[in-house]
Each structure stands twice: as structure tokens, then as C-alpha cells.
Design a protein. Sequence first.
Length: 427
Amino acid sequence: MPAVVIVGAQWGDEGKGKATDLLGSRVDYVVKFNGGNNAGHTVVIGDEKYALHLLPSGILTPGCVPVIGNGVVIDLDVLFHEIDGLNERGIDTSALLVSANAHVIADYNRTLDKVNERFLGSRRIGTTGRGIGPTYADKMNRLGVRIQDLFDEKILRAKVEGALDLKNQILTKIYNRRAVEADEIVESLLGHVDRLRPMVADTSLVLEQALKADKTVLLEAGQATLLDVDHGTYPFVTSSSATAGGACTGSGIPPTQVSRVIGIVKAYATRVGEGPFPTELFDEDGERLRKNGGEFGTTTGRPRRCGWYDAPVARYSARINGVTDFVLTKLDVLTGWDRIPVCVAYDVDGERVDEMPMTQTGFHHAKPIYEFFPGWDEDISGARELSDLPANAQAYVREVEAISGSRISAVGVGPGRDQTVVLHDLL
């Protein structure tokens, strides 16, 4: 059975966790392939709400094997805190597998993340300060600590000391902070070894064997396409590959095994952190979207920037990821507007541009060109078929589909696990 990829098609917070969970009972493995605890998924099951940061959404589905892939960076304190929190609520986490090749967020990475961001001032990126970027930088500089290194104290100590040779110079001489002792870092990391050891595996091998055994593997992105380090609104991006291509490198599954790519788009748009956002609203509509949609970061609690749906962004994501199906989430949040604007193109310095501008400057100057669609007042949270939706809501879905680059296969009409209108089977 080929693998299926789920990616965010905007700036994140589109509802990937819900989409993953929606499929969870029908898949055998759910793999997180990038990012760390700098993003969150909120999943609602009945009256229970679960905020996941590092763990794959499949952790909530009995019989599904959750996997943290090699492309993820792991804060071990956060990992075990999250596991303990789920265990206390009766969730079995014993099936979790962690790649031996995943990198570890050390305490010095968190420290550098925070002081770097403060030093940048007005040029700050808007990071979460959780050490994600510095850990990926260590990975690319071949200074990183991997999960497997924790099982060989000699290698672990050599890697930590090597990383601190430069980092302590930066901390003490540039930022006037105290030097970090290698012994402190090594002792802290070794303290996790006994609990960590049973979870660690050659996950690329496990996944290959699963696919050969006709199991279904779901690859779940952290962050989203417009935050991808290569294809996002650089430099206001995350430090990993959040696109369908990243699913292969971050899990060890070859691209020939991927059969479907599911892009998640919100019925409007949101963004957290700095960077261009053409449809951003600074008026009552923006505040209303934020309030009605509960648009506050799962990980940071920061209020999200809100704006109208951006079709050029959706088309760009469809192209970059090879999206076969879109899931349109939070349609219910748009209930009550007389008319709903949708960005169909941009005005860039007086010229109409129908696709994402090639340059950072062009996107920064892009002004949305809107088309307006009639709204609806009816409560749509109980809809389970497209025909259950008011005529104007049905028309909105179809119009958005026509300009977004791929078909819409499911529509979210509320936060609950079952509050979804399915138009086409996602598997």
C-alpha cells in the first residue's frame, strides 16, 4: 500500500491534526517527518481536546503506530512531558517509535535561539524560542547530536564538546552570557536514556517493511508549505522541509512510494510570526475571524494574524506539493458574513499577478485582488453531506475548489472528529 502525505498548504494551523486523526482509524502508521515542538495540532474527540506538539496525531488512535521520523528535532523533556500528559488521560503511548537518526535539541540550542532573536530586534524572524533553528543549523554544520548518540557516552561527550567550542565563544563574547558546561548537557541527556531506549528504532526500515506488508503509512507535516525553508516566504520560515518532498527525506520513504498528497487549507488564512501576508486584516473582520476561529497558537498561545482565503497561495502549494486532494477546514467560522472576499490574484506595483510573485520583494508589495461570494447565516456544524450545507456555502466550496489547483475532498464544519463533510474518499 503506497504512502499518503498530509501537508499544510498555507502558513500552518490549517487543521492537519484533525485531518490526520480523521484518517487515523484507517491507517497503520502515522509519521511526523519534520519540525519539532515549535508547532501544535489540536484534536477534539468527543468532549476531550488534545494539544499535541511533538507527538504524531496517530498517537490518539488505538492500533495505529506513531513514528517520529529522522527529519524531526526532539526536545526530550518535552517528549516525555507530552507522553506523561497523555498517559494520565488514559491514552496508550507504548507503540511510539523514534528514529535513531533524529536530532536532539540541547539546552544550548534553546539559549541561542532566544538570544539570537532578541539580538535581531526589528529584523527578528518570530521564532518560538524552542531551539529548533539552531538544532537544524547544527545538523547542517555536522555538529548535531542524534538520538543514537545518547547510547554511546564517549561519542555524545565528543559531540557536545565540539558544539560548545564555538557556541560558548558566541555566548560569552557576543551576548555576555555565561558559558555552558559540557558536563551539564551530557548528564541531562543521559538521564533520558533508560526510558528512551525501548522506543528507538531504524524507522525507515520499519516503514519499508510496513509498506511491503501492504500497510498504510500516513506522513504528517509540521508547519506548512509557506513556512518551508526552501519554498516558503524566506527568511520568515521554519528551518525544515514542510512540503511533500520533505516527507521523503524526513522519513526515509522513497518518493515512488507516495501515492497521494493531501493539502490542508483553511476557509480563510492565518499566520503566526513575522513575514508578508497579503490578505491580512487589521479591522473588525480580522478580530471576528480570530475570535470565532479560536485563532491562538497551540504551542505559544500567540494570537494568529487573520485574513481572507488566498487562492494564489493554494495554487502554489498544489504545484509545489503535487496536491491530489484538498481538505478545506473551518468553513463554519465564516457563518454570518453577508459576503465573503476571496483573493484571486494580486496587484503588484500596478500589475495584475495571478500566481505567487517570484521574489520576496514582489510578495511583500502584493495587494489582494478580491472576488466576493454571498455568505450564509445557517448553522452548518451538523452537515455531513455537501447537500446538507446552505446553497451559498456549497457555492463557496465549489468556487474555491475551481481556483485552488486541486479538488476539495473534505470540508471541516466544526472542531469535532466527526464534523466533516466528505466529498471524495481520501484513501
